[in-house]
Design a protein around this ligand. Structure first.
Ligand code: HEC
Ligand code: HEC
Ligand code: HEC
Ligand code: HEC
Ligand code: HEC
Length: 274
């Protein structure tokens, strides 16, 4: 009885791994409707359920021969690239296609068993938040492991100075994740107008533009800035002097989402792959 239950659960978990349609089936029958508010939740519930049943089976010696292959299969499935993508919240931005999950998600404290337990408790609302599923939070330091570069035009540490407190209320420029995310199929999360938070007082002597910067600022034309300047100054790119020569806003918008770069492909510093 115990064994049969365990096998059914483990098989269910594995099946769930293959067929996201399980969600629809469950929704149709009203099971866990409220719990399974998003895909990730569903996957976690199934994985935790299957894993716990597998482990419990493992302790029943008579069932060990049944449980072992199930656990191994489950482990393999979890480690497979497909499961990794499936576990992830959404598509990785194109620049990170070659970056391993572990490049950003380092192991977090606690045994795997504790983490699974915490996530099950979260799923059944005994815990207010989910435990990191084998992952520590991603921080700016994580990003800088690979993206540290000298001559950065807007280094995040600079904005920890008190004079930027007000600007930081508009955009958290002191952390990478203030402007970037992951798993959302976008390169940059902030909109084109972020420049405004700090450059409203921009004045230039001998402004070289056909429409000087003061005029752009007065007209609140913040959509134009990224058409002539990249943000980090990492592209080998000379800003044009004529408004007509700037990169059109539509192209910049597409670039921020995940589209092709328009500042050219040459960079001062390439990121380290690991
Ligand atoms: C470039 C860094 C980066 C890479 C590579 C990356 N992630 Fe993430 N991941 C993040 C960030 C940042 C978040 C937080 C997202 C947010 O809060 O918007 C996140 C969130 C997650 C979450 C949700 C965590 C939670 O507790 O809610 C999962 C699951 C996840 N990533 C899995 C993966 C998997 C699997 C891979 C490999 C396919 C991967 N990630 C690759 C940066 C990365
Ligand atoms: C394990 C190394 C690694 C980590 C960690 C990492 N990246 Fe990357 N990232 C790369 C590589 C490699 C590329 C592709 C080469 C390049 O564009 O320089 C890249 C590309 C990018 C791009 C797109 C570049 C382009 O021109 O298309 C952005 C934006 C980016 N990373 C932001 C981040 C942020 C934000 C974080 C932290 C959440 C982060 N990266 C963490 C290695 C990493
Ligand atoms: C205030 C917003 C903001 C913050 C904070 C920020 N970025 Fe960006 N980032 C942008 C914008 C806008 C672009 C697109 C313009 C460009 O390519 O420079 C960009 C582009 C990038 C690119 C692709 C171009 C390149 O330089 O290779 C990488 C990589 C990147 N950011 C990494 C980071 C990392 C790492 C951090 C934290 C240390 C960070 N960013 C913090 C706004 C931000
Ligand atoms: C959080 C504040 C902040 C934000 C947001 C910000 N900047 Fe800046 N930017 C600065 C500071 C500070 C400097 C340095 C000015 C100085 O040294 O006098 C600077 C310098 C620059 C420079 C001159 C760099 C050089 O080496 O001469 C350019 C170009 C620039 N920013 C463009 C932008 C653009 C475009 C945006 C929007 C995508 C933007 N900035 C958003 C704070 C910011
Ligand atoms: C038509 C192209 C163009 C547009 C649009 C443009 N800039 Fe510039 N910007 C330039 C050029 C050219 C320079 C001078 C050369 C340089 O410093 O690299 C410059 C210089 C700067 C500087 C350095 C100022 C200094 O005193 O050295 C900052 C900061 C700056 N721009 C911010 C912005 C902001 C913010 C916007 C949006 C309101 C913007 N730019 C729009 C082309 C442009």
């Amino acid at each position: 009885m115990f064994r049969a239950h365990g096998v059914v659960c483990a098989v269910l978990a594995l099946t769930a791994l293959m067929f996201p349609e399980w969600k629809q089936i469950h929704q149709k029958h009203g099971v866990f409707n409220e719990l399974l508010t998003n895909d990730l939740q569903l996957k976690r519930v199934f994985l935790a359920w299957g894993a716990i049943r597998g482990i419990m089976l493992g302790f029943k010696k008579s069932a060990l021969c049944m449980a072992l292959p199930v656990m191994v299969l489950g482990g393999v499935a979890l480690e497979s690239p497909m499961a990794k993508v499936w576990l992830a919240q959404g598509p990785i931005q194109s620049g990170h296609a070659e970056v391993d999950c572990a490049g950003c998600h380092e192991a977090s404290p606690g045994t795997i068993r504790q983490q699974i337990q915490a996530n099950v408790h979260y799923a059944i609302r005994l815990r207010p938040d989910s435990a990191d599923f084998g992952k520590a939070p991603v921080t700016s330091e994580t990003c800088l492991n690979c993206h540290e570069r000298p001559n950065e035009r807007h280094p995040i540490y600079r904005f920890r100075e008190p004079r930027f407190i007000e600007a930081l209320e508009t955009v958290a420029a002191d952390t990478c994740l203030g402007c970037h995310t992951e798993h959302r199929d976008e390169r940059v999360a902030s909109d084109m107008g972020v420049c405004r938070a700090c450059h409203e007082d921009l004045k230039m002597k001998n402004d070289p533009l056909d429409q000087p910067h003061v005029d752009l600022v007065a007209a609140q034309n913040w959509g134009s800035c990224l058409g002539c300047h990249d943000f980090h100054g990492n592209h080998v790119f000379e800003p044009p002097r004529l408004m007509a020569a700037r990169i059109p806003e539509q192209q910049i918008k597409a670039y921020l989402r995940n589209g092709p770069p328009h500042y050219g492909s040459r960079k001062l510093y390439e990121a380290k792959p690991e």
